[in-house]
Write a protein that binds this ligand. Structure first.
Ligand code: FES
Length: 107
């Protein structure tokens, strides 16, 4: 089982389960996480799935595509060096333990 830790803007911490091949956004939606809205369903047109990946984990992810980069420039919350769209993070066993925070603009 892949376990991801999501920290909501108010400090609530959730350990959510994901499956290999599933996006972090989809796992968060299935777990009922408030701060991941994902209005576009993963089509990379809304940026309401923005997360701040923990630094130690961010460098283990593939670089964002140019489309993801462009969307990250338009997020409601400030873009940080470890900002990612959770719909573009594809889970695998190697990512079990990844930690990410949710911006306070997504509530
Ligand atoms: S779900 Fe819309 S950009 Fe990720």
């Amino acid at each position: 089982m892949i376990v991801i830790q999501l920290i909501e803007a108010d400090g609530r911490v959730h350990d959510i389960a994901g499956k290999a091949g599933q996006s972090l956004m989809r796992a968060a939606i299935e777990a009922g996480i408030d701060g991941i809205k994902a209005d576009c369903g993963g089509l990379m047109t809304c940026a309401t799935c923005h997360v701040y990946v923990d630094e130690a984990w961010a460098e283990r992810l593939p670089e964002p595509s140019s489309d993801e980069n462009a969307m990250l420039d338009m997020t409601a919350a400030e873009r940080r060096p470890t900002s990612r769209l959770s719909c573009q993070i594809v889970l695998d066993e190697e990512l079990s333990g990844l930690t990410a925070g949710i911006p306070d603009t997504q509530y």
